[in-house]
Write a new protein. Structure first.
Ligand code: PPE
Length: 303
């Protein structure tokens, strides 16, 4: 990671190297941290943050689920993201707001800890490797089930959820694959460790419903809106892994990953006749994020 100049910490921009916390920070020990992943893109009108409002809303909702009071309004947090990007050299960047139970108390009751909020930004390139955009990635269905919402709220973007993601990711990469696909505890397709998943079969685009135990991705929502606007038939429905194997197209999507086509799952090549729907979605996403489609300019917040 290339260091930037500043990090926003509890209301102030501090030099990158000074953005440090104590080793007894409560959230480090008990996973009590909620975070966001947002991207800023360059547009003809300057740098703009994509779907900032929706990301801040999800950040506040993650905090609400974990009974965290962030102590900053939605407007303050949005402005802090913009201020940070203005003050850092990387303009096309990834933005990471995080709220965590801070240093002061140990023991697992998080309600005794003060909550701190920080926001960092840095340049983050091809999340699933250089082949993701052109050739597509090779994925493996994980032996780890996606966490069940009866145990942990999957829709809160909590650091603790990513222990499950990391186990799946390590298993996939150690096995020579680029990415994992997690099934839920009912054996239905859920999502990737850090991406939602879509499939195309006979011209119909589909993705697992929120109730399948996934993070409701903002990129997922963006793809759904593209599909509606393009008149592509779209469903939210459950599918099994063999339905993925026999899909015409499969792709991952997320803020870090963008739109990444999947070319193989568990040694089965996906599709026969190219990836027209994936390509169309990737093109729309690239154009919308860079301010090239009038209709979607409402999703861009200039910094
Ligand atoms: N599911 C999971 C589990 C997930 O972590 C993400 C985002 C998504 C779906 C897609 O959500 P959205 O970004 O709103 O479209 N994962 C973030 C963190 C990745 C990381 O490695 O860190 C991201 O893409 O920013």
């Amino acid at each position: 990671m290339l260091p930037q100049k500043k990090i926003w910490m509890d209301g102030k921009l501090v030099p990158w190297d000074d953005a440090k916390i104590h080793v007894l920070t409560h959230g480090l020990h008990y996973g009590m941290a909620v975070f966001e992943g947002i991207r800023a893109f360059s547009t003809a009108e300057g740098t703009a943050i994509f779907r900032l409002d929706e990301h801040i809303d999800r950040f506040l909702n993650s905090a609400k689920i974990y009974r965290m009071d962030l102590g900053h309004s939605k407007g303050e947090l949005a402005e802090a993201c913009k201020e940070l990007v203005r003050n850092n050299p990387a303009k096309e960047c990834y933005i990471r707001p995080i709220a965590y139970t801070a240093y002061g108390e140990m023991g697992l009751n998080p309600l005794r800890s003060k909550v701190s909020v920080a926001i960092a930004s840095w340049e983050w390139g091809a999340y699933l490797g250089a082949d993701a955009a052109s050739k597509g990635v090779r994925a493996a269905v994980s032996s780890w089930a996606r966490i069940d919402s009866r145990s942990m709220p999957v829709q809160a973007k909590c650091a603790a959820n990513y222990a499950n993601s990391a186990l799946a990711k390590m298993e996939a990469t150690a096995g020579g694959y680029d990415e994992a696909i997690l099934l839920n505890t009912h054996g239905m397709v859920a999502e990737g460790p850090g991406e939602n998943i879509f499939r195309v079969k006979d011209g119909i685009l589909s993705t697992p419903p929120a109730s399948s135990g996934i993070l409701r991705g903002i990129t997922r929502d963006t793809v759904i809106q593209f599909a509606r606007d393009q008149g592509i038939t779209f469903y939210r429905n459950d599918s099994t892994k063999e339905e993925l194997y026999t899909s015409d197209e499969v792709f991952f999507c997320g803020t870090a990953a963008g739109i990444a086509k999947v070319r193989e799952i568990d040694g089965r090549k996906i599709g026969y006749d190219g990836t027209p729907v994936t390509d169309q979605m990737a093109k729309l996403y690239a154009e919308a994020t860079h301010g090239k489609i009038k209709k979607y300019e409402k999703w861009l917040a200039p910094v």
